[in-house]
Design a protein around this ligand. Structure first.
Ligand code: ARG
Length: 460
């Protein structure tokens, strides 16, 4: 054999070895080593399939499977030596396998390519990650449900334009958060369905000459089926983009919650207390207790949205089929998974610990004429058209504002100046509790509706 100038697994046609700078530039093992479990599982399924169709002897397949088990144990024990020279997780493991089991190891790569191998590994990885994330969302949703139940009667201001609009209950607000994250849960699982197809068997791009059984591999790896087109199989990263889009949306939701918690925890609102263990102090101002956790979540939303952008831009210029650009898909994907996972865990812990300052919430709701709509509804009930009632109440509000008091604090005679339809039963309609209790339309803020929603959510 002519002496080769390059010792790589692919080095046969090369006359000189790779520059050290290019090795450093092009390696991915520093970030794709975390795919080792999926890579090993995929290789074991591939080897068993090759034996089943007669491409590999049963003996070689056994050696491969047990060699890979040994490697798995070494990696988990921290005794596996990763080498940048071997580029990526796939070649690190394959090279070690060959050291361990000899020629059988060299036969493993029959009928496949790293292009379909890496596509398989990431799908397996992301599938597991989605399952973990869904579990975290379930914890959050359960926490919100408990908090909603605890605060089903707690009145707080509801806002539009961040101006006090109508009273709502704190429980109702928590159920709104829950709806947001449950839609995200659905989105994650929907994306999971589309990614759960096996691309292995596409080989480099065109399929393979070996009589492989892709369905058998799919079955072993828990895929719902196989991908249809080999070119698409090695180049498709849609599932990652979909995931990062959903992850971004979850982060947008968590960021909006954070914004509310930050406002509510400030002394100007003082609607909630976040326990000390979720806050930090200031190195200069001794009185400070800062809501760093929600602030960091709000900040990290930017990272995940950035990860989505990175993937979209990564893909937009790529012709079929595999291009090395695709190696750059992993850092943003992993970053999105890691960031989202941390933020969800932090929220799952923080939600049950939120202390609602009910008196402050109620006092705030009593400001800003939050029951003005109730006065209008009262007049509608007495026969006045809504548009006229709106006008009447507007004048009454202007009057109360001038006197610096609430509508409910105006004496009856003064209220009657605005409409003779107003009787002394009006006060029963414009209190905070009457206002929320009256909004008992399906999905409304009435404690009765909040409890009904909680019961539906609990399945009773
Ligand atoms: N490390 C590569 C990646 O992440 C694996 C595939 C390499 N394929 C290739 N033709 N060089 O995409």
């Amino acid at each position: 054999m002519a002496s080769s100038g390059n010792q790589k697994l692919w080095g046969g046609r090369f006359a000189e070895s790779t520059s050290a700078l290019v090795e450093k530039f092009s390696e991915s093992v520093s970030f794709d080593a975390r795919l080792y479990r999926q890579d090993i599982r995929g290789s074991q399924a591939h080897a068993r399939m090759l034996a089943k169709v007669g491409v590999l002897s049963a003996e070689d397949a056994d050696k491969i499977v047990s060699g890979l088990d040994t490697i798995l144990a070494q990696i988990e024990a921290g005794s596996f030596e990763w080498s940048e020279k071997l580029e990526d997780v796939h070649m690190n493991i394959e090279a070690r396998l060959t050291e361990l089991v000899g020629d059988a190891g060299k036969r493993l790569h029959t009928g496949r390519s790293r292009n379909d191998q890496v596509a398989t590994d990431i799908r397996l990885y992301l599938r597991d990650a989605i399952d973990d994330l869904v579990g975290m969302i379930d914890r959050i949703a359960a926490g919100l449900l408990d908090l909603a139940e605890r605060e089903a009667d707690s009145v707080m201001p509801g806002f539009t334009h961040l101006q006090i609009a109508q009273p709502v209950t704190f429980g109702h607000h928590m159920l709104a958060w829950r709806e947001q994250i449950l839609r995200d849960r659905e989105r994650l699982l929907d994306g999971r369905k589309r990614l759960n197809r096996l691309p292995l068997g596409a080989a480099a791009l065109a399929g393979t000459v070996y009589p492989i059984d892709r369905h058998y591999v799919a079955e072993q790896l828990g895929f719902d089926g196989v991908t249809e087109n080999s070119l698409d199989s090695v180049s498709d990263r849609d599932f990652m983009i979909e995931f990062c889009a959903t992850a971004s949306l979850v982060m947008v939701h968590l960021s909006r919650w954070s914004e509310e918690l930050i406002l509510w925890a400030s002394p100007m609102f003082a609607f909630v207390d976040l326990p000390d263990r979720f806050c930090t102090g200031s190195s200069i101002m001794p009185q400070k207790k800062n809501p760093d956790v929600p602030e960091l979540v709000r900040g990290k939303a930017g990272r995940v949205i950035g990860d989505l952008n990175a993937l979209l831009v990564l893909m937009k210029g790529q012709p079929l089929a595999y291009n090395r650009d695709n190696q750059e898909d992993k850092p943003p994907l992993f970053d999105a998974i890691d960031t989202l996972s941390l933020c969800l865990q932090v929220y799952a812990e923080m939600i049950p610990a939120i202390v609602v300052r009910r008196d402050n919430c109620r006092a705030a709701a009593a400001k800003g004429f939050s029951t003005a709509t109730d006065l209008a509804d009262y007049l509608v009930n007495k026969g006045l058209p809504f548009r006229d009632a709106h006008h009447v109440v507007g004048s009454a509000v202007a009057h109360a504002a001038q006197k610096d008091c609430d509508l409910a604090e105006l004496p009856l005679a003064e209220l009657q100046q605005f409409s003779p339809l107003i009787g002394d039963d009006v006060y029963a309609h414009i209190t905070l509790d009457a206002s929320v209790a009256a909004r008992r339309s399906y999905g409304g803020t009435a404690p009765e509706q909040v409890r009904a929603a909680i019961a539906r959510a609990r399945g009773n």
